[in-house]
Design a protein around this ligand. Structure first.
Ligand code: ATP
Ligand code: MG
Length: 570
């Protein structure tokens, strides 16, 4: 293989190329488009980006990076009805946050409306487009079926002059919405339905978020996309599989305008589907509009802004996108893989803190009443650079209610009457007495501590369980929001007779208002990531204030117990 400077590490990566990279490397070898690679990410600004878009972003920007090419951001804003500036801003923010930079300024398909219009007139002049007066429903009914040819429109043989005049009048606003359309004159008996005289322009007297009221005719996606690629010098127009059947039309329109050797090429890959997730913008919008979630950035949403608020990191999403690769056939990826990716990333970087979600008071009867010790603890065992900090220890503490059982089964290694556990980075304690209120509920444990067992003092006595804890008088009161999957069915949108909303997980959000955190978390800043020991990964929610800190759970620790028992002598 002869390597050009556009294909780095060719020898190393030869076997692991995905099929799109293989196509690109062949194009480079053959010198197509002068060996250049220029991709684009083309969102329609009609909703917030989701994890599926993130896949497409990582792919398009990733290809440009790999082949020292460029990647444009282009808003595909050909439909004035559903598009809004709010979406444009959120899309830019999300791409930046993922760590990608587009080439130059963002582009808009609407910047090309004039050029597209001129090409439409050119097609009319070539006898390759005509104005049809029939309503949309009639045109649709005449399309035929894949096995039966379509019906030829009675307006198909209008003269070029008449077509040109009518099309100009359409632009001037002489007709009402739906009164006329411009169609390409291709082949009403093509086995590909998209080639049966597809609509190029429709009349929409609508305000456009960028062109205002300048236009009342708008190009269809198929008449805009390939041409926009061509205008921008895109070489590889990567899109999802549903556009495979549009490719002959993409090429047909290009055939009419391409003059030199440069030409964009459409390549399709399988869209990302995730289990336990809905990804259709229409369904996501419904969840927002019906207030089933708290907005597009609700941490349960699969949107990039939701994942960010949930505590996902750009690296975790990029690693996930990399790992799932590029498929040619539709498939479903297990959402656990995404959760694994964020756990893996946060495990490396998140500092460990102790937070008690459901506090149970513990009094150490043999600990001096007015004493406080500052005990040293490791910030992140995975990162020696992260250092240590101190945690205050005193006579009154909190542990988790779940870490105590009055009548425990054999394998319960946490606290129980007469049993011992280690308090993380502190001492071994023993439960001496259970105190209950008059309703018979446990509200306090009286314990003793063994002063000879302080962590790090070289003490060798081991016990099976290690618990996290917080000193009662030093504790910070925090709110914790435990997020879980939004749906409790692997394929919520895949049931024929049932609405996807029937599969909402009633436990997708639990708010705990009386959690106790170690005081060091007082300095937590929005967007910071933490591991709450034995519980999971958390981030500071934007709702958080100094007086009322709020933490979101990103993911639980999958295997808290295995990890903790490994470290139980610390
Ligand atoms: P719409 O139905 O509104 O067109 P869309 O999800 O296709 O929805 P676009 O804004 O058109 O949204 O998508 C921008 C780009 O992201 C397109 O290239 C599209 O193919 C890609 N994309 C969208 N959804 C996914 C997905 N689930 N997996 C991978 N790529 C996706
Ligand atoms: Mg789309």
């Amino acid at each position: 293989m002869n390597t050009t400077n556009q294909s780095p590490d060719t020898e190393k990566t030869k076997e692991s190329l995905n099929f799109i990279e293989a196509i690109i490397e062949e194009d480079i070898r053959e010198g197509r488009n002068d060996g250049k690679v220029h991709t684009r990410f083309p969102p329609e600004p009609n909703g917030y980006l989701h994890i599926g878009h993130a896949k497409s972003i990582c792919l398009n920007f990733g290809l440009a990076e790999k082949y020292h090419g460029k990647c444009n951001l282009r808003f595909d804003d050909t439909n004035p009805v559903k598009e809004e500036e709010e979406y444009v801003e959120s899309i830019k923010e999300d791409i930046h946050w993922l760590g990608f930079r587009w080439e130059g300024e963002p582009r808009y398909a609407s910047d090309y409306f004039e050029q597209l219009y001129e090409w439409a007139e050119m097609l009319i002049q070539k006898g390759l487009a005509y104005v049809d007066d029939q309503p949309a429903a009639v045109i649709a009914a005449q399309r035929g079926t894949p096995t039966e040819p379509g019906i030829i429109s009675p307006y198909r043989n209008r003269t070029m002059e008449e077509n040109l005049q009518l099309f100009r009048e359409m632009r001037e606003g002489k007709y009402r919405d739906g009164e006329k359309v411009l169609r390409a004159k291709i082949d009403m008996s093509s086995p590909n339905m998209h080639m049966r005289d597809p609509v190029m322009y429709r009349i929409l007297h609508e305000h456009h978020h960028r062109t205002g009221n300048k236009w009342c005719i708008y190009p269809m996606y198929d008449f805009a996309h390939g041409q926009s690629d061509y205008i921008e010098g895109i070489t590889h127009s990567v899109c999802t599989l549903e556009f495979e059947v549009h490719r002959p039309l993409y090429d047909w329109f290009l055939d009419q305008i391409v003059t030199g050797p440069y030409r964009p090429r459409q390549i399709e890959f399988a869209r990302l589907n995730l289990s336990y997730t809905v990804m259709s913008k229409r369904k996501l919008l419904e969840l927002v509009e019906k207030k089933i979630v708290n907005g597009w950035d609700d941490p349960r949403m699969p949107t990039i802004s939701g994942l960010r608020r949930r505590g996902y990191t750009p690296d975790s999403i990029r690693n996930f996108a990399d790992r799932i690769g590029v498929a040619k056939r539709d498939n479903v990826i297990d959402v656990a893989l995404l959760e694994h990716a964020v756990r893996e990333d946060l495990n490396k970087t998140a500092l460990r803190y102790m937070v008690v979600l459901k506090p149970l008071k513990v009094t150490l009867t043999n600990y001096p009443e007015d004493q406080t010790e500052q005990l040293e603890t490791i910030n992140n065992p995975e990162d020696p650079e992260a250092g240590t900090r101190t945690v205050p220890f005193a006579r009154e503490l909190y542990i988790e209610q779940d870490d105590f059982m009055e009548d425990p089964p054999k394998k319960f290694f946490r606290l129980a009457p007469g049993r011992e556990v280690r308090l993380k980075s502190a001492y071994i304690i023993k439960c001496e007495e259970v105190v209950k209120n008059d309703r018979g509920e446990i509200f306090e444990l009286k314990c003793t501590y063994d002063p000879e067992t302080r962590s790090g003092s070289g003490a060798t006595r081991k016990v099976k369980g290690t618990l996290h804890w917080v000193s009662a008088s030093h504790a910070l009161d925090v709110e914790v929001r435990l997020y879980d999957r939004l749906f409790n069915d692997p394929d919520p949108a895949g049931h024929k007779d049932k609405d996807f909303k029937e599969f909402l997980n009633p436990d997708s959000l639990k708010i705990l208002k009386d959690c106790k955190a170690e005081p060091a978390l007082a300095t937590a800043k929005k967007g910071d990531h933490y591991q709450f020991q034995r519980i999971g990964y958390f981030t500071v929610d934007p709702d958080s204030t100094e007086n009322h800190p709020v933490f979101n759970r990103t993911v639980p620790l999958r295997d808290a117990w295995a990890r903790i028992s490994k470290n139980s002598n610390r």
